[in-house]
Design a protein around this ligand. Structure first.
Ligand code: ZN
Ligand code: ZN
Length: 153
């Protein structure tokens, strides 16, 4: 599996975000940059509360409202996308330069595993052709228990 080094990836994303802010006449505030850096400091899937917690732990005092607004910009600029993990709140993940993938979600420990297979892509093509449907995005997740949760129960 190929993965860019963290510093390189963050620089690319920061450049992309700066361009976006410039195009939309938005200021590069310290808060926005801090949120961007925190989002791209790990590869985890995250929700707003986790992001808020991570920022506060580093003594960055950003409000929940600022996080929501900045997330909207990150979504608009296609740096981040929303991902359905079968829970009753929205989760997000890095989108720039990442291939489409699906998720296995452990309902016991919350672990998320990503996978991709051409079979799902082929199935999507087949179904969409059958119904003359033009796909925009799709979401597929399997909820269950991971290997270590199975053995501990
Ligand atoms: Zn588990
Ligand atoms: Zn993912």
């Amino acid at each position: 599996m190929r993965r860019n080094s963290k510093s390189t990836a963050e620089t690319v994303e920061r450049g992309h975000f700066n361009d976006y802010l410039g195009r939309h006449n938005l200021r590069r505030t310290q808060e926005r940059i801090r949120i961007l850096q925190e989002v791209f400091s790990t590869h985890d899937h995250f929700d707003v509360e986790t992001l808020l917690f991570r920022l506060r732990r580093k003594k960055h005092l950003v409000s929940r409202a600022t996080i929501y607004r900045t997330l909207k910009h990150l979504l608009d600029s296609k740096l981040v996308r929303q991902v359905d993990l079968g829970r009753n709140r929205a989760f997000y993940e890095h989108a720039l330069g990442r291939e489409n993938h699906e998720h296995l979600v452990c309902v016991a420990c919350g672990k998320v595993v990503e996978f991709s297979t051409v079979t799902i892509q082929k199935l999507q093509n087949f179904v969409c052709e059958e119904f003359n449907f033009r796909p925009v995005r799709h979401s597929y997740q399997i909820l269950g228990t991971c290997e270590s949760c199975q053995s501990s129960s």
